[in-house]
Design a protein around this ligand. Structure first.
Ligand code: IVH
Length: 714
């Protein structure tokens, strides 16, 4: 371990560095706590703070009482009355790895055993035998309470004779803001405690947060009203709680979970462990997270961390790590506090989901239907557990909303499997060299005009299949597994084939010859033959798959099945009028318009004829009266991983029962089948009170309809 430069005078450059760090941290505190508009991601803030802490450890003479390292956190804001916390509201120290956590465990054990040796020598020691035993032996693993680290805003609630009298934010840890009127609007926050035995004075502490589903709804509304969106759920919680008008707070559907006690009547006898105290809070009607568990030793803590990490995406609220607290209160008291955090607790943080990096360039990608997507090229940055070098900028409106320029320093977010996004720009770091992002007027690939239809967020290349990018994307789609399914024809190979002028459209695939394929880079005879037989096999398909593979705008798998089910032949469908098409459930005027437009294009008719000439065929579908099926009229959603059925099998089986299978959950959803790893769809279903089945229940239901044999399903 590095020794402090005790009594060493700090060199001038260190002094300057320390001052700069303090200034910058103070500035960020102001933006975070007062303006509710953080300018940098939390990781960056933590890094600045750690840097300062390290310098102060190396040069203790530089520590001042005003240093941000000596303060708990924010600054009390104006606009609300001040409330002094009788027991300071502290923060938590963080660890980011199992090694750091083990060090924490050792520090605690060491401190407790030294402490207990000292106590043994002192006659007046009043520690209980249990806490002595727990503290004394290195072999006795400590008990911890493990809790999710909720990503919201800390709150102190004071109850007198069971009635809520004040709600206060943490502020600077000593003085917070009186937000009583606002917290009173939080639905799961009791205004009156339950039970006979609650103390005269009780201060509980917890976190106010917004559930993920509510957060998504709020941002969806903001986008549709062309208003500013919120960067993350914590900002919403902070912003909502500090509204001067409680009606606005009430609309935000905030929630509370309690995790600590503050003041309590002197004579009140509380249980001896933190976990039991939380149970007591529950009995008084205060909400406590159901994920809170007790565990033994650091190994137990690590198991909890693993298990919560796996559940993270499924939890209905955002968490940024877990918190371990020594369960025995007497041991907590012995360990005490350092400047701003207890020694008996530690936060184990997940890898940051937000990071800071530079926007190097913006490229415009052309999709299968000509949609133009601006893609940010970023200086590679490690975020959310992977290295990210691209992020989507969605569309022109998003660029305007972010007011981002090439060269800007930006905050990038990657949460779960969601495509990385740019959350905001660090405006203070903007230089004169930053360049405006100009949305192209012509397609970057084929030069055709770009148009944006009224009411659409996307701009599109008007080149159709004249555009090489659209051709490549449409061939990739045609060959994909759920479409015509040409095994071995991956994205790269399609690009190569188009570039080498071997194919122009999907029908050309059926005229590829071995000699030609062998001219491609890294194409051996065996793979070429395999590819040719996969192309041959793909000729036997189904009407629905054929329709889906054509890539008609907004005709996904479900619509393709519905069309295949309603029309006896391709010819009938190609001649259908919009009015006829609209009689099919799932097909509205827009989709019907896309279908009619697609089949009216000479080029598309030509490609279809070439495909039929190549002998692509499907069995004539047997007609089913879909209005009489058991799940007719219902909308189902499949989410997460299904282990005994594939998602497409599940979908096909549901469709055969008459259900519509949708990709998103809404108030119209009848039921959601959620497998492991289900995320925001499950959360949304829970918040809308929609029926949820796990895979076993789903399979049982399918069996009831004789759709799966006992053997076949697992
Ligand atoms: S205990 C004396 N428990 O994290 C210990 N804090 O980084 C005080 N937080 O200010 C905090 N979940 O806003 C505790 N289960 C949990 C928590 C939690 C979230 C927040 C809280 C605190 C911050 C510290």
């Amino acid at each position: 371990m590095k020794q402090p430069h005790d009594k060493l005078l700090a060199p001038a450059e260190i002094l300057q560095q320390v001052e700069q760090l303090r200034q910058s941290i103070d500035e960020h505190n102001y933006h975070y706590y007062v303006l509710d508009e953080p300018q940098i991601p939390d990781v960056e803030y933590d890094r600045l703070m750690r840097q300062l802490q390290q310098l102060e450890t190396d040069y203790p003479s530089l520590i001042t009482t005003e240093s941000p390292t000596q303060k708990v956190g924010g600054i009390a804001a104006t606009g609300f009355n001040k409330i002094e916390h009788q027991v300071p509201m502290l923060s938590l120290d963080n660890v980011f790895s199992s090694e750091e956590l083990k060090d924490f465990g050792q520090r605690v054990q060491q401190r407790l055993s030294i402490d207990s040796e000292l106590a043994d020598k002192t006659s007046g020691d009043s520690s209980s035998a249990a806490s002595k035993a727990a503290a004394k032996s290195d072999l006795t693993p400590l008990q911890f309470t493990c809790e999710p680290k909720l990503d919201g805003l800390a709150i102190s609630l004071i109850y007198k004779n069971g009635k809520l009298v004040t709600g206060a934010t943490r502020g600077d840890g000593k003085i917070g803001e009186d937000v009583t009127q606002n917290v009173r609007t939080i639905r799961n926050l009791p205004l009156q405690l339950r039970g006979e035995d609650c103390p005269e004075l009780l201060e509980v502490r917890g976190e106010i947060f917004i559930p993920k589903a509510e957060f998504e709804k709020l941002n969806a509304v903001a986008i549709s009203n062309q208003q500013k969106t919120f960067a993350n759920p914590r900002n919403v919680a902070a912003g909502s709680l500090r509204q001067l008008d409680p009606k606005v707070t009430a609309q935000r559907k905030l929630q509370l979970y309690c995790y600590a006690l503050g003041q309590i009547s002197d004579n009140y006898q509380l249980p001896a462990t933190h976990f039991q105290r939380l149970e007591k809070l529950r009995l008084w009607g205060l909400p406590v997270s159901a994920e809170i568990k007790t565990t033994t030793g650091i190994d137990g803590c690590l198991e909890y961390f693993e298990s919560i990490s796996e559940q993270r995406d499924k939890l209905p609220y955002e968490i940024d790590g877990v918190v371990y607290k020594i369960d025995n209160i007497e041991l907590q008291q012995r360990l005490g506090f350092v400047a701003k955090a207890p020694r008996w607790a530690i936060a184990h943080k997940f890898p940051a989901q937000e990071e800071i990096t530079k926007l190097l360039d913006v490229e415009f990608q052309v999709g299968r239907t000509g949609s133009i997507t601006p893609v940010a090229r970023l200086k590679p940055v490690f975020v959310g557990g992977v290295t990210v070098s691209n992020a989507t900028l969605h569309n022109q409106d998003e660029i305007e909303r972010l007011q981002v320029k090439v060269g800007d320093t930006v905050i990038v977010r990657r949460a779960g499997d969601v495509i990385p996004q740019i959350v905001s720009v660090v405006i203070n770091d903007r230089t004169e060299n930053c360049q405006d992002i100009l949305f192209p007027l012509r397609c970057p690939v084929c030069g055709s005009d770009i148009e944006r239809l009224a009411g659409e967020a996307k701009s599109r290349c008007t080149g159709g299949l004249f555009c090489a990018a659209q051709r490549v994307e449409s061939i990739k789609h045609f060959a994909s597994r759920k479409a015509i399914n040409i095994d071995g024809l991956g994205d790269k190979l399609v690009e190569q084939l188009v570039q080498a002028d071997m194919i122009d459209d999907v029908a050309d695939l059926y005229h590829l010859k071995l000699d030609n394929l062998l001219k491609l880079e890294r194409m051996a005879e065996k793979s070429a033959n395999n590819l040719l037989s996969a192309i041959e096999n793909s000729k036997q398909t189904s009407f629905a798959k054929f329709l889906y593979s054509l890539g008609i705008r907004e005709v996904g798998e479900a619509t393709a099945s519905a069309l295949a089910n309603c029309y006896d032949s391709l010819n009938d469908l190609m001649n259908a009028k919009t009015e006829n098409l609209q009689s099919i459930a799932d097909v509205g005027p827009i989709v019907a318009g896309h279908i009619v437009h697609f089949f009216s294009q000479p080029h598309n008719k030509e490609v279809i004829q070439k495909l039929l000439d190549a002998n692509i065929q499907w069995p004539t579908p047997s007609r089913v009266d879909t209005s009489q099926l058991p799940l007719t009229g219902q909308t189902w959603v499949l989410t997460g991983t299904l282990e005994r059925l594939s998602r497409s099998e599940g979908k096909a089986l549901l469709q055969s029962l008459g259900a519509k299978v949708s990709g998103s959950v809404s108030a119209k959803t009848t039921c959601v089948v959620a497998g492991p790893g289900a995320g925001s769809k499950l959360t949304k279903a829970q918040s809308l009170d929609i029926r949820i089945l796990d895979e076993d229940q789903f399979i049982t239901l399918l069996k009831e309809y004789n759709l799966l044999s006992e053997k076949g399903s697992g």
